[in-house]
Design a protein around this ligand. Structure first.
Ligand code: MSS
Length: 363
């Protein structure tokens, strides 16, 4: 077996026993550690950085952090301290990497082979973007996107647009976007984007720009490659380009978190997590025979709203034998997880129910 990699310095406080370290910038949560937790604590939350995070010194004086607003009536730069005076709200949201579940695509896409752990449910506190935009004179006419820019320093000699973490999302998201400074009731850690992060509820991880220092309402999508060619849904064997859909809205999804490989005969609690992406999750079914027959699971724990996930359980007697346990969720609009996800070259947006199934032997 491959030796487990140690946690990198900037996330040394995290819980190594509940995490899989793929690389310094890609760390996922073990399913068993996700369990039935309605909110994922920082110490277990997955990490994905496309470039090296900024130095921790950016957190020394959080309220002095500056963000420039463009594409509004009165463009200007505001400090985080000023943003905090404008409004405050708290929202729970599933933060999920676009590549979560990539390991389940049969064509072995390049990139981190995330299983179910590049996802967490997080409470964000911050100011609604709508409030800030209104204070700055409203959106100028003709804008179609909200474009956020990450505050990482781009090293000399590297083409800026090749590595810049800058994403554009459709202007419709303006009404739900939050500029957040707290995560789970604490100032956001460096790993997760402090001092200030753009939160786009229902959208995949990459759209949630950490260390945001510029927010522009724009007519066009950014030319940064992370938008133009990467994070696009395109057929296997093709190159990404702006003609293909971007990874934006998340779809309904669920997976089982326990029991893991082995269990004892008798009563068992089959647990998991389910969310609807853009819509609330409505119901979940569990199958212990690989999808031949299904039984309704029950939600447990609090309902933290449309963009949050919910834990579920099916209490079930299991005789000795081998079981293939899978779950299948349905959202409030009646959308149900497919059995398989249509393959796409880079392995994004996996939400098929079959492949994340658990083989459990009961003795
Ligand atoms: N932001 C910034 N600034 N940078 C980077 O790198 N990344 C992305 C987001 N944001 C980045 C950002 C991604 S890609 C993801 S997932 C996310 O983030 C993650 O988060 P956390 O907190 O978990 O780490 Mo995929 O779709």
């Amino acid at each position: 077996a491959q030796e487990a990699r140690p946690l990198p310095e900037y996330v040394a406080y995290k819980d190594a026993d509940g995490l899989i370290v793929h690389s310094n910038n890609t760390i996922e949560t073990l399913r068993s550690a996700q369990g039935v937790q309605p909110v994922t604590p920082d110490r277990l939350l997955y990490v994905r950085n496309n470039v090296t995070p900024p130095p921790a010194s950016i957190l020394e004086d959080r309220d002095a952090w500056e963000i420039t607003f463009e594409g509004v009536g009165e463009p200007r730069t505001l400090t985080l301290g000023e943003l905090k005076t404008m409004g405050v709200e708290t929202m729970a949201m599933v933060l999920q990497c676009s590549g979560n579940g990539r390991a389940y695509f049969e064509h072995s896409p390049g990139g981190t082979p995330w299983q179910t752990g590049a996802a967490g449910c997080v409470m964000w506190t911050g100011v609604p973007l709508r409030t800030v935009v209104e204070r700055l004179g409203g959106a100028v006419s003709g804008v179609r996107y909200v474009t956020g820019t990450g505050g990482e320093e781009i090293p000399e000699g590297i083409e800026r647009l090749d590595v810049l973490v800058e994403r554009s999302v459709p202007i419709e998201a303006l009404d739900s976007i939050m500029l957040a400074w707290d995560m789970n009731g604490e100032p956001i850690s460096l790993a997760h984007g402090g001092p200030l992060r753009m939160i786009v509820p229902g959208y995949t991880g990459v759209n949630n720009i950490k260390y945001i220092n510029r927010l522009a309402l724009t007519e066009d999508e950014t030319d940064a490659l992370i938008q133009a060619t990467r994070y696009r849904i395109h057929p296997v064997g093709t190159e990404g380009s702006p003609e293909y859909p971007s990874v934006w809205e998340m779809a309904v999804k669920s997976w089982v978190t326990g029991p893991s490989e082995s269990a004892s005969a008798g009563m068992n609690q089959i647990t998991g997590l389910a969310f609807g992406g853009m819509n609330a999750v409505e119901s979940v079914e569990v199958s212990v025979d690989g999808g031949e027959t299904w039984e309704a699971a029950e939600f447990i724990g609090p309902d933290l709203g449309r963009y949050a996930w919910r834990a579920f359980v099916l209490s079930k007697e299991l005789e000795p034998g081998t079981y293939t346990i899978v779950s299948r969720a349905t959202d409030s609009e009646g959308n149900q997880q497919p059995e398989e996800t249509e393959p796409n070259e880079a392995g994004y947006n996996h939400n098929g129910w079959r492949r994340p199934g658990l083989e459990v032997s009961v003795a």
